[in-house]
Design a protein around this ligand. Structure first.
Ligand code: GAL
Length: 421
């Protein structure tokens, strides 16, 4: 090769490299992501999403709004969208996906979904909920099981109590823990936490068919019924085993009580496992996960997903689509869910790195979807339009907080609240 040939080759290589760099730079965008993952385990999981986007060269703008269950985040999101300043992506799930899509503000993800075969990789019922008029508008990150009971085995040992599988056994265990000066049930008195307990009681006491009719279909005859009376009475009895500082307490502080052995149990979705793990606790040894009393044959699901808002800047649009693709990649589904306490929503994933709680969750997800006892969580926005959901949650929390409200009154209020549009 002559010197001039070499120079030309060297130059063109340099030009190609420069061209590649400009192309990469031109594609690097910013994603502002609204979420409410601020507790120990949640933040570790959110950090994985951030790292994934940064590895693709994009800038991550964190838009975290603290508050378990996401009520505050949703309020902030509404005001941002109304003022014409929507974030690139937001944690939106369940029927709210449809509500936002109807407003015409969400971006389409069909290209990413098609290229990555989402239709083949997601359970159909879940994929349908992520689509609006047949088009993907949300990308799912996980499946959380909500109907869990978290147990501190050391506390149970001290109290000589047996881990409950029915509500009757639950109260026997709660009595024993109380006698041993251990708070039987760690609770945070916030509307969504009250309802997380309520729907576990409804499922355990009333069974799957009752749960579906009363809380998913909002059937008046089931909302006001002898079974609902039993559910409300049991629910109120649970309150008697919470401590006086429960009102307003954040869920992760309630989990911390179980971690420390100050409390024996907590009814909470498996984001609680993220807290145990973040605190260095070992499943099956330092804590155990069992289905909430009476619900081992059923599964209340909560799927976290992200929707994208329509943006104008092409680089930011590219970053958004990269976010959607990353979310469903097997690498991300694994590392995110190992931290979050949930299981991958992507089917056929290898779960060898996951613990037994996750393995049980995955097996039960499949078996309950076959038996018809896989049900959406109302507490976590999976089933009911947001207006009715808010109204029935309020009724349940008022009943929890005010012993003067009778079960009959609460049932009438539930029937009325279910009609909220
Ligand atoms: C849920 C959400 C979970 C979780 C929890 C507590 O609604 O789906 O991801 O972290 O709130 O913040």
């Amino acid at each position: 090769m002559s010197i001039s040939q070499r120079t030309v080759r060297g130059l063109s290589l340099a030009m190609m490299a420069a061209g590649l760099m400009t192309a990469t730079l031109a594609q690097a965008g910013e994603v502002e992501v609204l979420h409410w993952w601020t507790s120990g385990g949640e933040a570790k999981a959110a950090a994985e999403l951030k790292a994934t986007m940064q590895a693709k060269g994009h800038t991550w703008k964190d838009f975290a709004v603290a508050g378990g269950g996401g009520d505050s985040a949703m309020t902030v999101l509404k005001s941002r969208v109304v003022s014409g300043n929507a974030p690139a992506a937001a944690q939106i799930k369940g029927p709210s996906i449809q509500e936002w899509a109807k407003e015409g503000v969400l971006a389409n993800m069909d290209d990413v979904a098609k290229a990555n075969k989402w239709d083949d990789l997601l359970p159909k019922a879940i994929a349908d909920g992520l689509k609006y008029q047949g088009h993907y508008v949300a990308a799912p990150v996980n499946v959380h099981r909500v109907n869990w009971l978290w147990v501190n085995p050391e506390a149970f040992k001290k109290a000589g109590a047996k881990v409950p599988t029915t509500w009757d056994e639950f109260f026997v265990a709660a009595e024993a823990l109380k006698k041993a000066n251990i708070v039987p049930i760690a609770h945070g008195g916030q509307n969504w936490q009250d309802f997380t307990t309520f729907e576990a009681v409804a499922l355990g006491v009333g069974g799957t068919e009752f749960y579906k009719k009363a809380l998913v279909q909002l059937d008046a005859g089931s909302l006001k019924s002898a079974t609902m009376d039993k559910v409300l009475t049991t629910f109120r009895k649970v309150k008697g085993y919470t401590d006086k500082n429960a009102p307003g307490r954040d869920w992760n502080l309630a989990t911390a009580m179980v971690i420390k052995g100050e409390a024996g149990m907590q009814i909470m979705g498996d984001w609680a496992k993220g807290e145990f793990l973040a605190a260095g606790k070992v499943p099956g040894k330092d804590f155990t996960c069992v289905a909430a009393p009476g619900t081992s044959k059923a599964y209340t699901y909560n799927v976290d997903s992200f929707a994208l808002f329509k943006l104008k800047d092409p680089a930011n649009q590219k970053a958004q689509q990269d976010l959607a693709a990353a979310i469903m990649s097997p690498e991300f589904q694994e590392v995110f869910n190992l931290n979050k306490g949930s299981i991958p929503v992507r089917l056929n994933m290898d779960l060898k790195k996951f613990d037994d709680c996750a393995k049980t969750s995955a097996a039960d997800f499949v078996s309950t979807s076959k038996s018809g006892s896989l049900v959406p969580s109302i507490a976590h926005g999976m089933a009911v339009p947001s207006a009715a959901e808010g109204a029935i949650k309020d009724v349940v929390s008022q009943f929890w907080n005010d012993d003067k409200i009778t079960s009959a009154q609460a049932q009438d209020r539930l029937v009325a609240a279910a009609k909220t549009k």
